[in-house]
Design a protein around this ligand. Structure first.
Ligand SMILES: *[C@@H]1O[C@H](CO)[C@@H](O)[C@H](O)[C@H]1NC(C)=O
Ligand SMILES: *[C@@H]1O[C@H](CO)[C@@H](O)[C@H](O)[C@H]1NC(C)=O
Ligand SMILES: *[C@@H]1O[C@H](CO)[C@@H](O)[C@H](O)[C@H]1NC(C)=O
Length: 509
């Protein structure tokens, strides 16, 4: 593996940060998963199946667990996960040429995450079933996982939290943008993102995602690509951010971290310093994140809002952490920000007008603003991290609480603004009204059952010509195992609510 050390040299010289284009003339583009073409989505899914089949997938869960301490609750969090994604992406693109890791901008789904298209069967599938939390629909149904070793292989689980039919609100695009703008210090950005917005997504999906072996769920990588994107956006926001790396390693007598620290290894055993992972456009990494329309819209809207507020007389930021963040971001409006507008009718009219304009800017043709339920026009507070999560991830509960308070302040401020409508409200409405992201056909491919551990019943197969749509299949007649062309089809008996029922498994490779 070759990684440019240019980044390190430049950081050491204290040069102005600019992306190194030299060895990376055409970076891979990581897109928001909803921006993938159906063909790209198919290839992405197929690459995961192939990686899983060749035992290159489960290893990430084990490595993640093994690196709990050096890579969680400490500044190493961002660069180590950047490396993890990069190695995973390499495995995917080796499996299917041209595949790039997508990201999932879960902040689009902040208001009603369970409504997100990503949980449909034409994306990654939804919640585990009630009886045992096993994911039994979608492309990762009965996705067999060999880690942890100390229990028999299990099927992928999801436990929507607080559930069963809803997921805690996620952190909004607006809050993330605000943090990116407000944080001047790497350690502060890292704590905020890891402890707050990052944690909430793991907790909300639950099951494997809320364990240290969360890379078992393909959602892990989509989620962390978003986390990585937040770091990249922050790095690129101001030149003083790009090569910043600071904070303390609490597992090491609070030693001050340095850009020359070596990352714990992943499938590749190369000893690489943190500084090799600053520049996503370096020869070694060579990727960028594509802009995503709701994000761009929120940046614009917040900027506008900020400008008109800064036009008013502004009080110097002062006081505690929370109020200074707010003052810094939006300009203090003194005590008036606490007061609801005098006339609730006018308030709603203003918000509607703002929504109409923003929907137009987003290209949501035909979105009926008046049909958006009032409670869905407002941002909601994400649930608190369970103590078990903070403990497992080495997070300081006091700090976590502060971060949630800062995020909730941002929510309150926006919800009280008659001229602001959150982008997640518009996106959620556009999905509900079928204006964007209409359901596509469910994929015909479903995961291979792993061959690492043969089951007692040999899996019978039917010829590909008879391969039925997996969703609606009457029990097919088992025939001796057989592989035809590059398609293998077999049935797998699963127990559903105590009743064994056959599931047809079609594997393309
Ligand atoms: C993870 O740690 C365990 C226990 O130390 C070790 O046996 C195992 O080989 C490690 N796994 C990997 C992939 O490094
Ligand atoms: C700021 O105030 C000036 C003078 O009242 C006004 O002309 C201008 O449009 C305002 N700018 C914004 C961005 O609100
Ligand atoms: C709001 O304006 C202040 C002062 O001009 C600026 O420092 C801050 O980054 C802006 N915030 C956003 C969210 O644009």
């Amino acid at each position: 593996m070759k990684i440019s050390l240019v980044a390190l040299a430049i950081a050491a010289m204290g040069a102005v940060a600019t992306a190194q284009q030299g060895g990376c003339p055409s970076p891979r583009v990581r897109k928001e998963i909803r921006q993938l073409t159906p063909k790209e989505r198919d290839n992405y899914r197929r690459a995961i199946y192939i990686a899983h089949r060749s035992n290159k997938f489960d290893i990430f869960a084990e490595l993640h667990v093994n690196n709990t301490e050096p890579a969680h609750g400490v500044p190493m969090f961002f660069p180590w996960h950047r490396r993890l994604l990069w190695e995973y992406e390499k495995i995917l693109s080796d499996a299917v040429e041209g595949v790039t890791l997508p990201f999932w901008d879960w902040s689009m789904d902040a208001i009603k995450p369970e409504n997100s298209p990503v949980f449909r069967n034409d994306y990654l599938g939804g919640n585990g079933r009630q009886s045992d939390n096993v994911v039994a629909t979608g492309p990762f149904r009965f996705w067999k996982l060999t880690y942890p070793h100390d229990q028999p292989p299990h099927f992928l689980k999801r436990i929507f939290t607080p559930g069963p039919n809803n997921i805690t609100p996620f952190w909004s695009t607006e809050a993330l943008i605000s943090f990116i703008k407000a944080k001047d210090n790497y350690a502060d950005l890292h704590d905020t993102i890891e402890d707050g917005p990052h944690a909430t997504v793991h907790i909300g999906i639950g099951g494997d995602m809320v364990e240290m072996y969360s890379p078992n769920d393909p959602f892990f990588f989509l989620h962390h690509a978003m986390v990585d994107r937040i770091w990249a956006l922050w790095q690129n926001d101001r030149s003083s951010n790009f090569y910043q790396y600071n904070g303390v390693d609490k597992f090491n007598n609070n030693r001050k971290v340095q850009a020359s620290d070596i990352l714990p290894t992943l499938p590749s055993k190369a000893q690489l310093p943190v500084s090799d992972f600053f520049d996503t456009k370096s020869a070694g990494l060579c990727y960028v994140y594509e802009d995503n329309p709701t994000w761009t819209q929120a940046v614009k809207a917040l900027d506008q809002r900020n400008k008109s507020k800064n036009n008013l007389s502004r009080r110097a930021p002062a006081g505690n952490f929370v109020s200074s963040v707010i003052d810094f971001l939006f300009g203090s409006r003194g005590d008036d920000k606490k007061q609801p507008p005098a006339d609730p009718v006018k308030f709603e009219e203003s918000r509607k007008a703002a929504a109409q304009q923003a929907a137009k800017d987003l290209g949501y043709e035909g979105l009926d603003i008046s049909k958006i339920p009032k409670e869905e026009t407002k941002l909601k507070e994400p649930m608190k991290n369970p103590d078990s999560w903070n403990k497992m991830n080495n997070l300081d509960p006091k700090k976590v609480e502060e971060i949630h308070a800062a995020g909730n302040k941002i929510i309150e401020d926006l919800n009280n603004d008659p001229n602001y409508i959150p982008v997640a409200a518009l996106y959620n409405a556009a999905v509900s009204q079928g204006v964007v992201d209409k359901p596509g056909p469910a994929p015909t491919e479903v995961p291979p059952t792993p061959e690492t551990k043969p089951t007692e019943n040999p899996q019978p197969s039917i010829p590909p010509s008879q391969s039925p749509s997996p969703a609606a299949t009457p029990a097919p007649k088992p025939t001796p195992a057989k592989t035809g062309g590059n398609v293998a089809t077999f049935t797998n008996t699963v127990t559903k609510d105590g009743v064994p029922s056959p599931v047809v498994v079609v594997v393309h490779y």
